[in-house]
Every structure is written in C-alpha cells, then in structure tokens.
Write a protein that binds this ligand. Sequence first.
Ligand code: PEP
Ligand code: CO
Length: 465
Amino acid sequence: MSATNPIREWTRQSYRTLPAEQQPDWPDRERLEEVLAELRTLPPLVFAGEIRALHSQLADAARGKAFLLQGGDCAEEFRDCNANSIKARIKVIMQMAVVLAYAGEKPVIKVGRIAGQFAKPRSSKTETINGLEMPSYRGDAVNSPLPDPKERVPDPGRLLRMYHASTATLNIIRAFMKGGYSSLQRVHSWNNDFVLNSPQSKRYEDVARAIDKTLKFMEVIGLDPELPQIHQTNLFTSHEALLLDYEAALTRQDSTQSGWYDCSAHFLWIGDRTRQLNGAHVEFLRGVLNPIGVKVGPGHKIDEMLRLIEILNPENQWGRLTLITRFGAENVEKYLPGLIRAVQAAGLRVLWSCDPMHGNTYTTPQKYKTRSFDDILTEVHRFFEVHWAEGTVPGGVHFELTGDDVTECTGGGHQINEADLAHNYLTACDPRLNANQSLEMAFQIAEMLHNRSDSAPTIPATHAD
Ligand code: PEP
Ligand code: CO
C-alpha cells in the first residue's frame, strides 16, 4: 500500500480527524451539536434505491449510452424556495433534456443542482463591502448575503433551514415528476413565458410538435399513453458536499442492503478547492455509496488525480465517479488530453462531464462577475472535440442556470452586453445562464451530438465492455 492509501477504517465520523477546508467557524459549537443531533433524527431526503438507479444510469452515460445533464443555481437561496421559482428551474432543465434527447437520440439523465445546493466554498475568508470588512458569504446554509457583519456570523440554525428548504423543494420536484406535469404529452406547457417570443421558443415548439406526432402515432398503433416512460420522469438532486457535519448527519445505513448512503441528495460532488488526497472531504465521500463527482480545474496534478480516482472508486465501477472538468475555454486543449490519456492508460473508469462555467468567469469594469455565452459554448465544443479525438466519451455537461429572466451572463440570442447586466442581476454567487440562454445552449449541444452520431459509432471500441 502506498503512503496515501486509506488504511483507516471508514465511519460516518472518520473525516473528523482530518483537515477540512472551507468549513465555517461556527461561534456557537453547542448549538451546532444540538442542530446536528436533530438532523440525525429527521427522515432521509432521498432513498438508497433511487441512488442506485442513478448510479446505473451514470454507468450508461460513461459508456456513451446516455447523456448527463446537470444544472441549476450556483447557490440556492431560501428566498427562492417558492413554487414559481422551483417550477421555473425544473421546466428549463426539462426543456433542455427534451432537446438533447431528441437530437442526441440518447436517454438524458437529469440531475439538478437543486434541493440542497446551499453552501459555497470561497476564495477568501473575508470581503470588504463599502469599506467594511466582514466574513464572506458562504451560502444560505451558513450566513446571510446581506452586507452586514452581524448577518455574516455563521448560524447553525441555518442547517435546519437548509434541510427544510431542501425537503420542500424535493416535494415539488416529486409531484412534478410523477403527477403528470412532466408527461411528454405536456412538452408544450414547459415553455417558459419569457422564452415564448424568442427564436429558441420557435425551435422548441418544432421539437415539441415532432414529439406530439410520434406520441399520436404510438397511440394509433395501440401503445398506452399512460405508460410510465411517457407519463413520468425523474429529476435527481445534487449539490457540493461541502459542509461535512451536515452530510454526515444525513448519512444512513441502507435498511435492505448493507452500506452507507448520504441521503441529503442522490449525487454529491467534491469541489476543486476541497479535493485534497488526505483531506476530510475525500475521506467522507469515499465511504458513501452515492455516485460522486470531482471538479477538476487547471490547478490539478495528474498523479494526484489518478490516486484520487483510486481512493474514491477502488472497485473501478462504471458510474461511481464523474470527473467534472472546468478548465476555461482557453485551457481545455492544454489540460484535457493529458488527463484523459493518463486515466485511460491506468484503465480507470470514469464518466467525463464538462462544467464550462467556472473556468470562464471574469469581472466587468462595473464590478459584475460574468461569463460570456460564447466562451461557455466554446469550452463545451472543445471538450467534445478532445474526447472524440482521444476516443473517449464526452458523457455530460454541468451548468449554472436558472428559469428566470436574469441578466448575469453576456451574449446569447438576446445579445446581453456588459451594460445590460445591471438590469436583473440577482445571483447570490456566480452568474447563471437565464432560461433563454440555457435553451439556446441545449440546441447548440444537440447539434454537436447530432452531427457526431451521423458520422461515428457511439461507443469507441475501448469502452465496449
Ligand atoms: C461550483 O460548482 O459552484 C463551484 C464552486 O465549483 P468549483 O469547485 O469547480 O470551483
Ligand atoms: Co458557482
């Protein structure tokens, strides 16, 4: 065994002995322990059987038989835990998935950054607003975004609010997915009011009409439109597993089979800032059976990544581990081929997904953090091209987006420019694609997938097992 091999026994608490980056300095430890004790008694948010279903679908995506669409807020906020906001986010993901599935001719696995994405890693512990230094905002799970030092004090009671906001959000998601609203017979009704008069909307209506026609034909030949495949769907949940005490409190042993599942969400990922080989985040996540992701930015070292993959996926299972690369449009060709080759040479099985958001952020002279639609699209495009050239599978994409008419990213069909950002800049953290830009992105990616499926086999020979 090498020096970094995990020889310690994993328990729900074993992460506690290791250094944990990005944890809040909770001033009231006693209250924290009370909150954690309460969280340990509350019901799980998701169930082991659902988590296993996602694992198996991700195994398909890793081998080119399905495609992962992961997206949602950079940081969810308690104030957006209302029916309209949640529905708008769900609808845009559903629309994107329909477009991708229709053109890409593969099942699309929908995973939201939703129902738990309330905690944020920050580059700096403090920030200065209007000349006043205060602790950085770490997500609604920890403190308030209001620019007031008192509001920025980490409050453990917020972990309970996070749990309850996640529960309420999941409740709407489940109703939406199983209650008929997500039926393919209702694709037209997912069209968002504010997208309605855009060119994307017209393209979307074309896809929706084609789906209607197919469904009518199926009915004519005697297939039941109430089939669950038509009438129901799934939106899995995911967030960054940042606050380890919260994640551990929601980690439960499966009642039907042995093994531990983090029941705060179906899919958890480790951020680019918290993936240290001997750190607490890696220790915690190696022991839960959820499918997990790791963000990989330009600062990675290849040998460390290989070691990390072995620690997190010791049985080398398809679907267990997703590498979410986020290099920036200009850096994809510099970093991705080397990483792919090393992973392939070591025979490691991963699902490759592209986060084209976090490597493309910049700040305008007016101090708005933004990203341009074209840079985002370029990163996705290069991600696909590199994988195809290497003979590996570009199996998914990961976006920060919202269903609302925000002006946070520049570009797209409505040509938002830097001066427009002030109109409706609402994010508590990073800039998101609005509904229009998201749908446009889906059409662009669908086109790439479609052109490829015309010209190449879906699964390269090396991935055929
Ligand atoms: C994020 O996904 O919101 C995030 C902080 O990403 P990364 O860890 O890649 O910087
Ligand atoms: Co972000």
